[in-house]
Design a protein around this ligand. Structure first.
Ligand SMILES: [Zn+2]
Length: 151
């Protein structure tokens, strides 16, 4: 198979690959990558061998933490993260959904008490055939699309 260089190489930083098409921009917003001063390269709707297209994000001088990798799994369950030092991949791993999220997402249910109490939102991750997150406070379950629209 012919290898194509789709986006320019970076010296130091992270490359998030295998993001489903349309999710790249949401990830940029969610992680507020656009509010840093680092150089960001984003590839949208890049061709893949299965024809579905993918997005790819390169962030210079930024290393994705394990916590961020967990959160990324919400948007891109099959994403891989490459950490680059001196133009070389020093670490490569797949994102993984955690068993729960605390404090990073807010409950889509506007009547949920978590919005009025000084508590951290807490969700349990149900990794069934369709991913669902269950709120600790109102006990409602939500599919990930509810969270994709949040800032
Ligand atoms: Zn709730």
């Amino acid at each position: 198979m012919q290898k194509k260089l789709q986006v320019e190489a970076i010296q130091d930083g992270s490359v998030i690959d295998h993001i489903p098409a349309q999710q790249g921009v949401k990830i940029l917003r969610f992680f507020k990558f656009t509010q840093t001063n680092e150089k960001i390269t984003i590839g949208l709707n890049l061709p893949t061998h299965n024809g579905e297209g993918k997005d790819l994000i390169k962030v210079e001088n930024t290393f994705i933490s394990d916590e961020q990798a967990n959160q990324l799994a919400l948007f891109a369950p099959d994403a891989t993260i490459n950490q680059i030092k001196d133009f070389k991949v020093v670490k490569k791993f797949k994102v993984q959904l955690p068993d729960f999220f605390i404090g990073v997402l807010s409950c889509p249910n506007s009547n949920c008490i978590s919005h009025n109490e000084p508590v951290k939102a807490r969700f349990y991750v149900n990794k069934g055939t369709e991913l669902r997150l269950k709120c600790h406070y109102c006990e409602k379950s939500f599919s990930r699309t509810f969270f994709n629209e949040l800032d």
